[in-house]
Design a protein around this ligand. Structure first.
Ligand code: SF4
Length: 688
């Protein structure tokens, strides 16, 4: 068929948080084409897509797409059910636990793949209908240490920059980010800017693809990021290369930071991180000499038992060099899932915050939501996702409602997570497929993908963008917000939303950050960046131009000392395993494993092994090897490569058959953010 004969919708990508916009074409059955939106209508990215945005739609029509609800029959097997029966079973299951043990024995895991409007209602459902503050999302497993670290230092836990800043800066310091594979379109923009003369400094345990374009690549031992970052800050302070007027006028805590970094001498940094003194010096001098610098990171910095400290060390470095609040400069945590910024944080599916990061312990804020939602809300914080699985062990949590999250693969220590899911008194899962998590459910509710629904996503630079439906929901599947509305009705609450625009109006009225973010404006203006206080506010392209979001308007620099990973290699487990993503796959593969073309490129996970290690153990590329930690073991093909150092192994996270989270540890969590230490596990390796 010709494009003009097809349905078309201008929408936002549902894969990663770059937030590319494109027109999707459908004949009503399948997605047949994706064409980037004209650049003037799509300020974030309307000129290109990566392979996933362009071709990754087979999952929508996959044979194993859920098209009707499933309930367990007497024999324990799933059978199809009507929506009435399935929703009744969920309402009964959750209500029974609430009546017998209190709402706080229930939890909700919300979905960063779903829209802002869906996520707003997930938070409302947890607090108003279930009576629990234990609602959280995948953010806990990735960037919650970014949110904690940046909020403590600058006030907002989000990127300060916009896409233009990222594309036009003079210098990048990128760490723990495989940008070209995990955020492909941003990676392309960075590569272009580097070709045009920008400096690119990459610090990473793994020589990731973007390091090929770097002015300087420094290999670091995993787990010690604050050490090399503090080493750079020390060099800058001790050589008077810092931005004195910025520090004096716009920050507090400089003295304490100067004192704290003193111990990170070049020799100490080399001893701990493996980075030679001349590389610390050259990185410091490059940053100090640049007019502007963007500090970019992803999970290599955050998924640690001291991830919040790592982020604060980076925030200190950006501030002492004056790289905040001006064009081309700032901090840019690259967010992962398409809507983890909006759905995962801004909309308040969090155990400690209402939408817009309003603290549930604040009496005035809580009273506002109690009034609007007509319910009592406890001032006690609920459980973070990682804590939910530990608390379930103790009998403090008995039922879960998991929406669009594949916890049986994505939680740390999945052997433990599987046991918890198996033993819950009641589990409802809402998803597109019978995922590894749904296999443990009592009821599975079929949800829609982003091509079948309308709402908004918020991308990695805080831009709220419109999502528009291009085809009807597959089979009997329904948008998340409609499922939640039906369920709330069956549990005694009369929600009466007609559209996601109406839900956003409620968000506007309760959430100052989103005060002026209406569907009409988002659609007509091609996106809006928060904070957007009211209908006349233009949105905020760049944070901190005038002041920080703190009580005195200044950045509060935080002294960060030495800390080491919760588990370090020893004789028994002599290697450090670090984990990550590859370009063609997406998270636990629920969508990308249904893409034939993608599966041809990456049919399985693998483990990267340095040639020296391979030789010592008699391993060749393609050999099956067993990787074992104190928590479990997996068998995967080896890839012999010097991308990793001799003491490090790397494995992606995408396949159930070799679930790398059998090796990670569910108990070692960042004390501020409860983020697990995915990036450091002591392991051993052997030919299988
Ligand atoms: Fe989608 Fe991200 Fe690829 Fe853009 S870079 S098309 S947002 S997956």
């Amino acid at each position: 068929k010709r494009l003009e004969e097809l349905n078309v919708a201008d929408t936002t990508c549902g894969y990663c948080a770059v937030g590319c916009r494109f027109d999707l074409y459908s004949d009503g059955e399948e997605i047949l084409a994706a064409r980037p939106t004209a650049e003037e209508d799509a300020p974030v990215n309307g000129i290109s897509t990566c392979v996933k945005g362009k071709f990754g739609y087979d999952f929508v029509n996959s044979d194993d797409r859920l098209t009707s609800p499933l309930v367990r029959d007497e024999s324990g097997e799933f059978r199809t059910a009507t929506w009435d029966e399935a929703l009744e079973r969920v309402a009964e299951g959750l209500s029974r636990i609430k009546d017998e043990h209190g709402g706080e024995s229930l939890s909700v895991i919300a979905s960063s793949k779903a829209t802002n409007e869906d996520n707003y209602l997930m938070g409302k459902f947890a607090r108003q209908v279930l009576g629990t503050n234990s609602i959280d999302n995948c953010n806990r497993l990735c960037h919650s240490s970014t949110v904690a670290g940046l909020a403590r230092t600058y006030g907002y836990g989000a990127a300060s920059v916009n896409m233009d800043d990222i594309e036009s800066t003079d210098c990048y310091l990128i760490t723990g980010s495989n940008t070209t594979e995990a955020h492909p379109v941003i990676g392309t923009r960075i590569k272009q800017n580097v070709r045009d003369g920008a400096d690119l400094l990459v610090f990473d345990p793994r020589e990731v693809q973007i390091a090929e374009y770097a002015t300087q690549y420094s290999r670091v031992n995993p787990g010690y990021d604050a050490v090399w970052i503090n080493g750079i800050t020390r060099y800058i302070v001790e050589n008077d290369l810092y931005d004195e007027s910025f520090v004096e006028e716009r920050t507090t805590g400089f003295e304490a930071v100067s004192e704290a970094v003193r111990e990170f001498t070049p020799e100490r940094v080399r001893e701990v991180t493996g980075v030679p003194p001349e590389e610390i010096a050259s990185a410091a001098e490059t940053i100090a000499a640049a007019d502007t610098c963007v500090f970019g990171w992803t999970l290599g910095l955050t998924e640690h038992s001291h991830g919040t400290e790592n982020v604060m060390a980076m925030a200190n470095l950006a501030a002492v060099t004056g790289n905040l609040g001006k064009p081309g400069a700032g901090v840019s945590p690259f967010r992962g899932q398409n809507n983890v910024q909006g759905g995962g944080g801004d909309m308040g599916p969090l155990p400690d915050s209402f939408p817009g990061y309003q603290d549930i312990a604040d009496d005035e804020v809580r009273a506002k939501f109690e009034d609007a939602w007509d319910c009592d809300i406890s001032p006690e914080y609920g459980y973070y996702t990682t804590q939910m699985f530990l608390e379930a062990d103790e009998g403090n949590l008995r039922g879960m409602y998991i929406i669009g999250e594949n916890s049986a693969l994505s939680e740390p220590g999945v052997n433990h997570a599987e046991e918890v899911l198996e033993n819950l008194e009641f589990l409802a899962v809402q998803d597109l497929f019978v995922t590894e998590t749904a296999k443990y459910a009592d009821v599975v509710l079929p949800a829609c993908s982003f091509v079948e629904k309308t709402g908004t996503f918020t991308n990695t630079d805080r831009t709220v963008q419109k999502v528009n439906r291009v085809m009807e929901p597959k089979g009997d599947s329904r948008p998340d917000w409609r499922i939640l509305q039906d369920l709330a009705g069956r549990m005694g609450r009369d929600w009466d939303y007609d559209s996601t625009a109406e839900i956003m109006e409620e968000v506007n009225s309760l959430t100052p950050l989103y005060g002026g973010v209406t569907h009409d404006r988002v659609e007509n203006e091609g996106g809006l960046q928060w904070p957007c206080w009211d209908e006349n506010h233009p949105g905020t392209e760049r944070l901190y131009e005038d002041e920080f979001n703190t009580d005195d308007g200044k950045a509060h620099l935080q002294a960060v000392g030495y800390s080491e990973p919760a588990e370090t290699p020893d004789e028994e487990y002599p290697f450090t395993l670090t984990t990550g993503r590859v370009l063609y796959q997406y998270h636990t593969g629920t969508m990308t494993h249904r893409e034939e073309g993608i599966m041809e490129y990456t049919p399985s996970d693998f483990v990267e092994v340095n040639p020296a290690t391979a030789e010592a153990y008699g391993i060749e590329s393609g050999d099956a090897v067993t990787v074992e930690s104190r928590r479990g073991e997996i068998t995967v093909p080896a890839q012999v490569t010097d991308r990793v150092g001799p003491e490090t192994l790397f494995a992606p996270i995408h396949f159930a058959e070799s679930a790398v989270n059998r090796l990670t540890d569910e108990t070692r969590l960042d004390p501020s953010a409860a983020t697990p230490e995915f990036k450091v596990s002591a392991v051993r390796i052997a030919p299988a």
